[in-house]
Ligand binder design. Structure first.
Ligand SMILES: O=C(O)C(=O)C[C@H](O)[C@H](O)CO
Ligand SMILES: [Mg+2]
Length: 403
């Protein structure tokens, strides 16, 4: 069997998605997600110019060999563009292999470790009151775990908080980057009040999560972790940027609040010290940005040795192809923690028909051979690419800051 044909599909049913389709000489095809939010066309160029021509004629069943061919063979290793491109190939090849085997992907990975996959949804509000209403809506919809983000008095807009209450936030919200102004002290003074209010209204059983989005220094993160300890967070996410993995050692010395990190990681090397030193509790690297199923499986196995569990990134900027594949992975992986879920728009769901379903705060994996997600290419053509950028963040004095 040979790869006969492969091509990228860019579509924007509300937001941009990049999909790779690989077709074999026997007619079986697989698709993979290559969406790198705000940098989509860089991955398209990498795939079209450098990867696809080298795939034609290869045996699609040799997933491992093709992974190393693209990773080691390129000489230029790692990085989000390279690893998203490799991930798309990998996801498409696992899709093909599972279709050939007549099995849903989770069976090929080793079968079910659980019946269903717990997810967390996103509640955001411009103030604590409106945020609590959003948490209540999620609880009514069956969610057992909710990420809680609220506006902070004195900060005009914060990435991760919807502009209008009751609406989802859009990560890439402008043609060119919007600029936000950030105040760490205002944030740190406010956020414990939010969690006190959530616990008071919803009691102890609801799992609550919070994303700091890299905006603190290690000692500030340590303070936040300590101050929210009474509210028993499921996790505190991305409390500092993680290029310096040792920084998490400092945070860890000060707090028992569980720590999650890794949505921007693209390789096991980004997470190695964090995992081996048990400085984190959840690893967020997911399939599209970290080299696909083949590589994320290695990260998860390393994590399992150190009691670190998975908590895959699952924003709207990963396509249903990534989400569907992740649900198979989550159903199999022994050290599963939780799966993020930001519902896609109905236009996105129409372009990407899929067989996973949400029920009572959990995802239920489908039984279709492959990863269970397809693309309607004719419909996809109706939604042309539109450049969209993520915002930037500045301190009140104008210094460019993490966001
Ligand atoms: O989902 C999250 O936790 C995020 O932080 C969302 C990211 O900012 C988003 O995927 C950036 O493209
Ligand atoms: Mg995040």
């Amino acid at each position: 069997m040979k790869i006969e044909h492969a091509y990228t599909i860019v579509t924007s049913p509300g937001r941009n998605f990049v999909t790779l389709k690989i077709v074999t000489d026997e007619g079986t095809y697989g698709i993979g997600d290559a969406t790198l939010n705000g940098r989509e066309m860089a991955v398209v160029a990498y795939l079209d110019e450098h990867v696809i021509p080298a795939l034609i004629g290869r045996d699609p069943q040799r997933i491992e060999d093709i992974w190393h061919y693209l990773y080691r063979g390129a000489y230029w290793r790692r990085g989000p563009v390279t690893m998203s491109a490799i991930a798309a190939v990998d996801m498409a090849l696992w899709d093909i292999k599972a279709k050939l085997a007549g099995m849903p992907l989770y069976q090929l990975l080793g079968g079910k470790s659980r019946e269903r996959v717990m997810v967390y949804g996103h509640a955001t509000g411009r103030d604590i009151e409106s945020c609590l209403e959003e948490v209540a809506r999620h609880v009514d919809e069956g969610y057992k775990a909710v990420r809680v983000q609220a506006g902070v008095p004195g900060i005009a807009s914060i990435y991760g908080v919807a502009k209008k209450d009751g609406e989802p936030y859009e990560p890439a919200d402008a043609d060119l980057p919007a600029e936000h102004v950030w105040s760490t002290s205002k944030y740190l003074n406010h956020v414990p009040k939010l969690f006190a209010a959530v616990r008071e209204r919803f009691g102890d059983d609801l799992h609550i999560l919070h994303d700091v989005h890299h905006r603190l220094t290690p000692i500030e993160a340590a303070r936040l972790g300590k101050e929210v300890e009474p509210y028993h967070l499921f996790w505190l996410e991305d409390c500092v940027p993680a290029e310096n993995q040792e920084a998490f050692g400092l945070i860890r010395q000060h707090t028992t609040t569980p720590l999650a990190v890794g949505e921007v990681f693209n390789s096991i090397h980004d997470a190695k010290a964090l995992i081996e030193n048990q400085w984190i509790d959840y690893i967020r690297a997911t399939l599209t940005h970290a080299g696909g199923i083949t590589h994320v499986r290695r990260i998860a196995d390393l994590a399992g040795l150190y009691h670190v569990r998975t908590g895959f990134h699952g924003p709207t900027d990963l396509s249903p192809v990534c989400l569907g594949s992740a649900i198979h992975f989550d159903t199999w992986v022994p050290n599963f923690g939780i799966q993020e879920y930001m519902p896609h728009t109905s236009a996105t769901n129409e372009v990407f028909p899929h067989d996973y379903r949400f029920e009572d705060g959990h995802f239920i994996v489908g039984e279709t051979p492959g990863h269970g997600v397809d693309i309607d290419e004719e419909l996809a053509k109706q939604y042309p690419y539109k450049r969209a950028s993520l915002p930037v963040n500045r301190l009140e004095d104008g210094t460019l800051w993490h966001w």
